[in-house]
Write a protein that binds this ligand. Structure first.
Ligand SMILES: NC(=O)C1=CN([C@@H]2O[C@H](COP(=O)(O)OP(=O)(O)OC[C@H]3O[C@@H](n4cnc5c(N)ncnc54)[C@H](OP(=O)(O)O)[C@@H]3O)[C@@H](O)[C@H]2O)[C@@H](O)CC1
Ligand SMILES: Nc1ncnc2c1ncn2[C@@H]1O[C@H](COP(=O)(O)OP(=O)(O)OP(=O)(O)O)[C@@H](O)[C@H]1O
Length: 624
């Protein structure tokens, strides 16, 4: 057997127990007791340990025992309550207690130094801490564990000192078997500071507190890392799936090789820069989302993508309903829809938050949240007032309802969820109480900081009318006013009445004033703009105008906005404003639902009937 001379080598519990059993044997204790020189005793301990199958040098045994004694003393001096705390400091406390309580010299040892330690001459400052660390049992940083070491009552002459630079070094014996008479050449132990009433419990508390803090920090950083990793993986996944989808589409169109579609792609109109430079807000453009015009104006622009071709063709024509144009934009909407595959987990296709729902209005947030789910979001959260929560829950077990909107720390409660949300819809059934609007405002600010797409509807628009700066210039903000809401907002910002005969111009003006925000003016035709051009969605609906259709629209838009921005980030759609694509998709869907529900229910059509149609309408528009 080769002796293991590594001082830092870990002692296993069984090895330590065997050592303690040997060390605790009567003859060993007797030999140690009263003997200043103990090296021969540890040689014996080492030999006996070897016979038990553990190969340790006498010095390793001595150091290990010393470390155990120090832990024992620390636990003992700390007067720790009998709740097992001393076991945290000294794992072998009971065995040590049994052995040492029979030692007559315990008094001396308890004052910091056992006789057996005194004369070995092998000790270095700081070696105790090293021992303890190497065993993995020392619960404190070693600078906090100094225990007073008093000199033995034998006369120790002043050591001979040598000086190296500014550092004093102390002459040390090379041979531990020197007799006591040779002690003048040896280093006396430097008396260490003793902390009277050593505050072990306090240190323990501090240590545990620091550990908890460190753990918290670790988890916080880890959580952030996982989130960003999630986002990166989602984006990558979406991009790959979309690529596959596009390839599949390409193959199927090549195989069907319809001459009409080839002609469509080759239309000269599509390649021409068709946007009028007189467009009032064009020069401002989008800081983050490049608009189609930018590409068509740039002489150095890349070959135009199909998205741009389709949208340009659309821009170049009038606003009146045109089935082919709707089809073009819908084909872009189709590309943002994430494919359904078995590779995904819950949440990847959208976690949407609705801020709204109060005592008076429980239907609106429900319509928005359930529509988001029916369109394809995986999870839909409603943040409402306490008295609305139970009612909303009772409409649907599918919704996650948080009764926090009127709590004193509403903003913090909602903010906790923001990192998990992909988009936010603010306003359906929110009410107009000042304190609710204040909360909504703060939540919008914090969502902006996280670059979450935000749809603002209904009472959320009331807030914007009072304080337009809340959303002004936020490119991922989408406003969905009905005519009344639009009028209020327009008049507040432009200090003049809306020219209702030229709604496209008015809506573009308002969007421009708000920093090219995407805006949907709902009505007979839904007008969609990002300040550069107006798109009209006139998918056929019906004459039925039941309340709640706008909520269906805003909830759907929440999901589509998330998909559009993910598709844009993944490079699946380029050179188009994702908000506009999403808005067009949501308007088409709402109108299609209205039409289908009306075919079945006629005048009796309600928003719930329309919600039932979301699945079939979605398939018809985007998956056929
Ligand atoms: N089941 C529920 O819980 C539902 C709750 N909802 C929630 O109710 C809250 C308040 O929303 P809101 O739309 O009723 O309020 P507001 O904007 O003041 O409009 C009020 C007045 O404006 C007018 N008006 C409206 N549209 C117009 C138009 N196109 N063109 C012209 N005028 C128009 C019309 O005036 P009137 O014709 O009555 O004179 C109307 O009475 C909000 O939180 C919302 O989410 C709804 O979502 C519905 C389902
Ligand atoms: N005159 C109309 N003709 C056809 N469709 C319309 C008409 N007005 C509204 N719509 C459709 O209804 C949708 C919702 O618009 P509406 O004006 O009802 O919103 P809202 O008043 O905000 O709704 P809510 O009742 O949810 O508050 C629009 O996107 C559009 O599709």
């Amino acid at each position: 057997m080769q002796a293991n001379t590594t001082r830092g080598f870990l002692w296993s519990d069984v090895e330590t127990r065997t050592l303690l059993n040997i060390w605790g044997e009567q003859d060993i204790q007797a030999a140690l007791d009263g003997n200043f020189r103990n090296s021969f005793v540890y040689r014996d301990v080492s030999r006996r340990l070897g016979a038990m199958g553990f190969d340790r040098t006498p010095e390793q045994c001595r150091v290990r025992i010393k470390s155990l004694k120090r832990q024992y003393l620390l636990a003992k001096e700390g007067n720790l309550p009998n709740n097992g705390q001393y076991h945290k400091i000294c794992k072998f406390y009971d065995t040590m207690e049994r052995i040492l309580s029979t030692r007559p010299t315990l008094e001396l040892m308890e004052s910091g130094m056992g006789v057996e330690e005194a004369g070995d001459g092998l000790e270095e400052d700081g070696e105790d801490a090293q021992d303890a660390e190497s065993t993995g049992e020392w619960p404190y940083p070693h600078h906090e564990t100094d225990v007073k070491q008093e000199c033995p009552t034998i006369p120790i002459p002043i050591p001979v000192k040598g000086t190296v630079g500014n550092n004093s070094t102390t002459a040390r014996p090379h041979n531990s078997s020197h007799s006591v008479s040779s002690l003048p050449a040896r280093t006396p132990k430097r008396p260490r500071k003793r902390r009277s009433n050593f505050p072990v419990e306090k240190l323990m508390e501090q240590f545990l507190e620091q550990s908890a803090q460190a753990e918290d920090n670790f988890y916080r950083v880890e959580e952030q890392r996982l989130q960003s990793e999630d986002r990166r993986r989602d984006a990558e996944h979406t991009r790959e799936l979309h690529m596959l989808q596009m390839l599949a589409q390409m193959f199927s169109s090549i195989s069907s090789a319809r001459p009409s579609s080839a002609a469509k792609m080759a239309t000269p109109l599509a390649r021409a820069p068709v946007i009028s430079s007189t467009s009032p807000t064009h020069a401002r453009g989008h800081p983050r989302c490049s608009s189609p015009q930018k590409d068509s104006f740039s002489p150095k622009s890349q070959p135009l993508s199909t998205d741009v071709l389709e949208l340009q063709r659309y821009y170049s024509l009038s606003l009146s309903s045109h089935r082919a144009m709707d089809d073009d934009i819908i084909s872009i909407v189709k590309r943002i829809i994430p494919p359904l595959t078995s590779k995904k987990h819950k949440g990847q296709d959208g976690r949407i938050g609705i801020i709204g729902g109060c005592q008076d209005y429980t239907g609106a947030p429900y319509f928005a949240a359930i529509s988001a789910l029916k369109v394809g979001a995986d999870l839909s959260h409603v943040f409402c007032t306490k008295d609305a929560a139970a009612v909303i829950k009772s409409y649907s077990p599918e919704l996650i309802v948080h009764p926090v909107l009127d709590s004193p720390n509403a903003v913090e409660e909602i903010e906790k969820w923001l990192p998990r949300l992909h988009s936010l819809v603010v306003g359906p059934g929110l009410g107009r109480e000042d304190f609710l609007l204040k909360t909504a405002k703060e939540v919008i600010e914090r969502s902006k900081a996280r670059e979450i797409p935000i749809v603002i509807d209904a009472d959320g628009l009331w807030l914007i009318t009072q304080q337009p700066s809340v959303i002004q210039g936020y490119q991922k903000g989408i406003l969905t006013p009905n005519f009344m809401e639009f009028t209020r907002l327009f008049e507040a910002l432009h200090h003049k009445p809306v020219n209702s005969r030229d709604q496209p111009h008015s809506v573009m003006q308002l969007s421009g004033t708000l920093g090219n925000l995407t805006m949907v003016l709902k009505g007979e035709q839904d007008l969609i703009t990002d300040g550069s051009k107006v798109y009209s969605c006139s998918v056929e609906g019906s004459g039925r105008r039941c309340g709640g259709q706008g909520d269906l629209l805003s909830g759907s838009l929440g999901v589509l906005a998330h998909w559009a921005y993910s598709a844009s980030a993944a490079g699946v759609i380029r050179s188009v404003n994702p908000s506009v694509v999403a808005a067009f998709g949501a308007c088409s869907l709402t109108r299609q639902c209205n039409s289908q529900a009306f075919q079945q229910h006629g005048r009796a059509t309600t928003t719930s009937d329309m919600i039932q149609e979301i699945g079939p309408a979605f398939r018809k528009l985007f998956e056929s």
